[in-house]
Design a protein around this ligand. Structure first.
Ligand code: FE2
Length: 185
């Protein structure tokens, strides 16, 4: 199980694999930067900005370990748990819990908001099935009882909106100071 021990290691991973495609149209780094920028623009805490930036780090870990032949869009790779666990030495649950819950947040939103369900991108609709589909009522209750579920839903909204084809010119390292501020080490 991958465990990051420094911010430099995370920056290195995005440097190496961030140009791989997140979807048919945008790269992992573009998506991460757009989500973190949306979080910042909405006045989110540094912890949530870092959660938005790194919420798909599990995909990059998968790319580093298995290459780009298989992706999370083709199999349920549990990228949200792999990502959250990989960051546990460096960040508190204020960062890792919304990451761990961002797929559940999508399943919750799909169960409670038909418009949301219909607005999913093609890739997101395809992965929903592999992720378990919309939540059952029991699952919804369990999800909402988690203290970080509200933050996970916020993260999910930035995730869904951080897919513009022509994002602003941004460098991943621009967020290094925020990562350093939130880091536990
Ligand atoms: Fe995402």
């Amino acid at each position: 199980m991958k465990q990051f021990c420094s911010i430099a290691e995370i920056l290195e991973l995005y440097e190496q694999y961030g140009n791989e495609f997140y979807s048919e149209e945008i790269t992992q780094t573009s998506h991460a930067l757009q989500c973190a920028t949306l979080a910042q623009e909405s006045g989110a805490t540094d912890e949530l900005v870092v959660a938005a930036l790194l919420h798909d780090v599990g995909h990059l870990i998968d790319l580093a370990q298995h290459g780009s032949d298989t992706t999370a869009f083709e199999s349920d790779a549990k990228h949200e748990s792999i990502g959250a666990q990989s960051l546990a030495k460096l960040f508190s649950s204020g960062v890792t819990a919304p990451i761990a819950l961002h797929v559940d947040a999508k399943r919750w939103l799909c169960a409670t908001n038909l418009l949301y369900h219909d607005s999913l991108s093609r890739a997101s609709a395809a992965s929903l099935i592999l992720q378990g589909g919309p939540m059952t009522s029991d699952e919804q209750l369990r999800f909402r009882s988690h203290p970080q579920s509200g933050f996970a839903v916020k993260l999910r909204n930035w995730d869904d909106n951080g897919k513009a084809l022509e994002p602003p010119e941004l460098n991943f390292k621009k967020f290094a100071p925020v990562l350093e501020r939130v880091c536990l080490k």
